[in-house]
Write a protein that binds this ligand. Structure first.
Ligand SMILES: [Zn+2]
Length: 313
């Protein structure tokens, strides 16, 4: 058990299994630029990822990943170990893989649908996932999308999110580990502006405090009351901001603009043997205390806001 006197929900994790959509995207790139250049890119990516892991003294990822069901059981054990009430897996090898993997853990491990928002029938697929797997939201990645996020082709999907009352998590900014995607029409969270304005009855969550786009994210928050922020990840991106910016600064800035009701704790934990990154949780709790955030508001950030969006009692 922990020494905390409040419950915690982690709103942002990934089930560590192969991602077919990611693999297909990589294959398209290989077809495009050839094996030799693709290998160079991989090398670069591995070196950057290693230097990040070394900075945090994190272990390398295990090479052979067990099946999704086993990974879910391991995560259930992690939650017990660190006294975490519930966890949200925003991806997990496609909807079917994630839905089946979480089937025996539905009281504590929740999934988000994470298919292409522009694919034909995307809205029906979300409806199916909510009904069959009990999924609690939809997750997508702006930078890797084939079209602008505001493209009307995804309107029926947002409409369905409103109808079902499920939140949407959209990643903006640098995507993936070092060597990942760092451009395109959906790199800035402001790309979501027209969607968020058109669907004020849908909660959109921007992860990682805006991931390098703090000004743009704060603008979006100011313009659209339905934008929430998740606090997950190591915030490596703060190293590339002009001037010094700490995680504590981020908490302060967001609390000033949106208050404690729209901030949601997450870690972005994923792979083993690392498991749940308790350091992120402890650092975030300390930052909030040092900023003088009240116990009631700490509880909102680390539990209540997520419980509200997930419709938990
Ligand atoms: Zn993530």
């Amino acid at each position: 058990m922990s020494n905390r006197d409040f419950p915690v929900i982690d709103f942002h994790l990934h089930l560590p299994v192969p991602e077919p959509a990611q693999e297909a995207r990589w294959q398209r790139l290989v077809d495009d630029i050839g094996e030799r250049r693709a290998a160079l890119l991989k090398q670069n990516q591995a070196a950057l990822h290693k230097s990040w892991r070394q900075a945090w003294c994190f272990p390398g990822m295990e090479e052979d990943k067990p099946p999704a069901e086993v990974q879910a059981s391991r995560w259930q054990e992690e939650l017990d170990k660190y006294d975490i009430r519930a966890a949200v897996f925003v991806t997990g090898g496609g909807n079917e893989t994630l839905g089946n993997a979480l089937a025996n853990h539905r009281d504590r491990l929740f999934g988000f649908a994470h298919h292409d928002p522009f694919e034909p029938g995307a809205a029906d697929e979300l409806r199916r996932c909510v009904k069959e797997y009990g999924f609690k939201g939809f997750k997508t990645f702006g930078p890797s999308m084939e079209r602008p996020v505001a493209d009307r082709a995804a309107w029926p999907l947002w409409e369905t999110c409103a109808e079902l009352g499920v939140p949407v998590l959209v990643h903006f900014g640098p995507l993936g580990a070092g060597g990942g995607i760092m451009g395109g029409p959906n790199i800035s969270p402001l790309a979501l502006h027209d969607v968020a304005k058109s669907f004020p009855d849908v909660t959109f969550v921007i992860p990682h405090f805006g991931c390098g786009y703090v000004r743009e994210t704060l603008h979006l928050c100011w313009g659209c009351g339905n934008i929430h922020i998740d606090t997950s990840s190591s915030q490596q991106w703060t190293r590339w901001m002009p001037g010094d910016l700490t995680q504590k600064d981020l908490f302060r800035k967001y609390l000033e603009t949106i208050g404690p009701e729209r901030l949601i704790f997450g870690t972005d934990s994923s792979w083993f043997p690392l498991g749940f990154v308790n350091r992120y949780l402890e650092d975030q709790i300390r930052d909030c205390h040092y900023l003088g955030v009240s116990d009631e508001n700490i509880r909102r950030i680390f539990h209540d806001n997520a419980a509200r969006l997930l419709k938990l009692a």
